[in-house]
Ligand binder design. Sequence first.
Ligand code: FAD
Ligand code: NAD
Length: 469
Amino acid sequence: MSNPINTTLLIIGGGPGGYVAAIRAGQLGIPTVLVEGDALGGTCLNIGCIPSKALIHVAEQFHALQGYAGDSPLGIRAEAPGIDLARSVAWKDGIVKKLTTGVGALLKKHKVTVVQGWARIVDGKTVDVDPVAKGKAGAPQRIRCEHLLLATGSEPAALPFMPFGGPVISSTEALSPKKLPKSLAIVGAGYIGLELGTVYRKLGVKVDVIEAQDRILPIYDADLVKPVHAALKALGVGLHLQTQVLGLTEDGKGLRVQSGKTEDVLPAQQVLVAVGRKPRSRGFGLSSLMLDMDGLAVRVDDRCRTSMTGVWAIGDLTGEPMLAHRAMAQGECVAEQIAGHTRRFVPAAIPAVCFTDPEVVTAGLSPRQAAEAGIDAIDASFPLAANGRSMTLESTDGFVRVVARRDNHLILGWQAVGGGVSEFAAAFGQSIEMGARLEDVGHTIHAHPTQGEAIQEAALRALGQALHV
Ligand code: FAD
Ligand code: NAD
């Protein structure tokens, strides 16, 4: 064992949670060591948010061109477009590389020591790191710390009767295809299933999505997902709701499914299993700390403290919602507390976006969640069909909805579905976090013609003052 490193803060995991905590700690002058076994940037930058959005863009551009090769009302004509998949994947990898290199540079700038290797927890203040690659065998590096921050993220959940391997793939493999399959069956109509299902379908693959619940994206309300359901149908994606997966066929070329009493076989050169992710809390000695847990997730309080003094946890390891921006905000919160600031992690809203076509964005409470919380709330929607900018973008399916208290018009939540509405997440989050009332948004001048006018109009409609509907 080489000489131990002593530090104030030791972070395990260099994903959005861990690397943001490290940068903020560095800014605050806290001696910090970050241990990463794989690649800086974690799931999000390497095999999650960024590569998936890059491929969504490739597929969107390809699909739009194909539309122009037919009968385009815009008067554009294109010859039959083709795709060089290897080049698309290389372009996606280039973006990943730029971002992960940038993370490394930021850590260096803020004097964070990065140790490459897999961490094993010895106790709440001691970790051994097994070096990876570069010919370094054996010789673990011991690191001692005052504060240990756990940010080990999550991994894809497998179906026990159909483990990953061969034709059964997770999002990681689906994001780096060498060749497109003729047919792809996707288990789970959640975020990953629908974002990647749309990509593959737009690239010409036959796609079937199998969902156990009675609707796609069951975490959102039924009205919100209706336009997504209709668009997937129009795209030719097979949607099999309230359907169970039984397993691969004997020849491995099909997926056996059951709906009610009816059994069926769906063509499946590959099967993408996207039934959720599970916190990465096993295999590196975390259980020896005997922390309070919620299943596989580490339980934390409103300051991201675990049940052991000096041990903190953030991000996917702490369970739902497993979103990069939540992990980052928690990371900042922990670093600032270690620097002596008084901080709590109690966001008024954590926006969520599903990058389907059309996109879905939510922040705060839906009408139903407000009612369940016993709040007397009003809600109002504004259709994108009445928004000029949406018409010029050929993107009129969808709406913006606001939820507010009836008595004082405090905004409690926003939901939207439509082309490009992911960018509304900023306005939604800000209005809720800043305690805006309907009047604040309704009487703010929104630039014309923008899709954002639909946000203003929804607030005006809730006040009975909508101008364009
Ligand atoms: P991770 O990003 O998982 O990072 C954890 C890191 O810890 C990893 O790099 C891992 O190698 C390292 N590690 C684990 N154990 C050890 C150990 N023992 N020693 C050393 N290192 C270790 N979220 C969004 O908000 N928006 C999106 O659009 C979005 N799209 C996604 C698309 C896909 C396909 C997937 C899979 C996820 C997506 N997510 C998205 C979720 C997002 O990626 C996660 O919420 C986020 O990465 C969580 O950050 P984290 O820091 O908690 O963990
Ligand atoms: P998910 O929780 O979004 O969806 C899983 C879906 O699978 C659900 O609809 C569930 O009902 C269904 N399901 C579960 N078991 C099933 C079974 N046996 N048969 C059929 N259907 C089944 O999970 P995901 O899509 O795997 O994504 C994992 C996590 O990654 C998400 O929760 C999210 O936090 C994160 N993510 C976020 C984004 C984003 O923010 N845009 C994108 C991708 C992933």
